[in-house]
Design a protein around this ligand. Structure first.
Ligand code: SAM
Length: 296
């Protein structure tokens, strides 16, 4: 009998297993990272069998359940469509991301905006409710507020925002995303969807909003080389007392650099830093930056 050879795991996959077992990475996120790294279900089995701690084994079993079934095909497919390192010419980047998100939303709407949901609409709904609850706790919503969702995708946040604000506007560069958002948001009378050039927010007036929200959209502005001019645009739109909430600024894996950039940009554009990259979510590893225009 030959000795059983275990498939080689990348360093990232090993780190994801470890973080999940220790409770530092939610099982759905661990499953996403592991599927992207090419781990198959046998790798989960090996890790579970190796784990001494019952609680750690339970977390790994939850991750295995998320990774089973259609996620095993869906996650690598969407991850390839939204490849973060395509070596883009900055002149083409905005159009490239618009086309990539058009293709991704056609492949799977829920997974296209939040791969960590593994395409499960219930998980997307729970994660969206978690974000809306945080915005409410931070005092950013209210019946007199006008809200812009920058890079709104399929509009998963918009019905809730429209329900607790005077006006909710979603803006996105992807026609496919906006078509899906229109379908999902049909019927709300205080909700608008707008397609942008992706390079500015010129269609909106100075001081027109009390909240500009960007959930996982700034990383794509960053990858396109336009995060700083788009930050300036978002800051321009804030009324006195208004807030810019950026949930994830970049995917460059350098959290201190994100903090430094946002400190500098806030100072340049006259905003106060209210949250500086706090980790506020259970279902998602988003880092929250809230910047406020002084006044009122
Ligand atoms: C990961 S998705 C997140 C969507 C949504 N915020 C959510 O959390 O469900 C990123 C979104 O940013 C949009 N996006 C990328 N580059 C953009 C740009 N330059 N201007 C506006 N939207 C952009 C994409 O089309 C996509 O809908």
């Amino acid at each position: 009998m030959g000795e059983r050879v275990e498939p080689a795991l990348s360093a990232r996959a090993q780190a994801a297993f470890q973080a999940c077992a220790q409770g530092r990475l939610p099982p759905n996120l661990a499953a996403m990272h592991l599927l992207i790294e090419g781990a198959d279900l046998s790798a989960f089995e090996i890790e579970i069998a190796r784990t001494q701690e019952p609680e750690s084994a339970e977390r790994l079993k939850q991750a295995r359940a998320f990774a089973a079934g259609s996620a095993a095909v869906l996650v690598p497919r969407l991850s390839a469509l939204l490849n973060h390192n395509p070596g883009l010419d900055p002149a083409d980047a905005v159009a490239r991301w618009a086309a990539a998100f058009d293709a991704a939303v056609a492949a799977h709407p829920e997974a296209s905006v939040a791969l960590y949901t593994l395409g499960d609409p219930r998980l997307l709904d729970a994660a969206s409710r978690e974000i809306a609850a945080a915005l409410g706790d931070w005092g950013l919503l209210g019946p007199d507020r006008r809200v812009l969702d920058l890079g709104c995708g399929i509009g998963r946040m918009l019905p809730t925002l429209a329900g607790s604000c005077a006006l909710a506007v979603g803006v996105d560069v992807s026609a496919g995303m906006l078509a899906e958002a229109r379908r999902r948001c049909a019927g709300a009378c205080n909700l608008l969807l707008v397609r942008s050039s992706g390079r500015d927010l010129a269609m909106f007036p100075d001081g027109g909003f009390n909240l500009v929200l960007a959930v996982d959209s700034f990383p794509y502005l960053h990858l396109s080389g336009i995060a700083e001019p788009m930050f300036a645009e978002a800051a321009r739109l804030l009324a006195p007392g208004g807030s810019l909430a950026i949930l994830n600024y970049s995917y460059r894996d350098d959290f201190e650099a994100d903090r430094r950039d946002l400190d500098r940009l806030s100072e340049t554009h006259g905003l106060e830093v209210v949250r500086r990259g706090t980790r506020d979510f259970v279902l998602w590893d988003g880092a929250s930056f809230v910047l406020r225009r002084p006044g009122r």
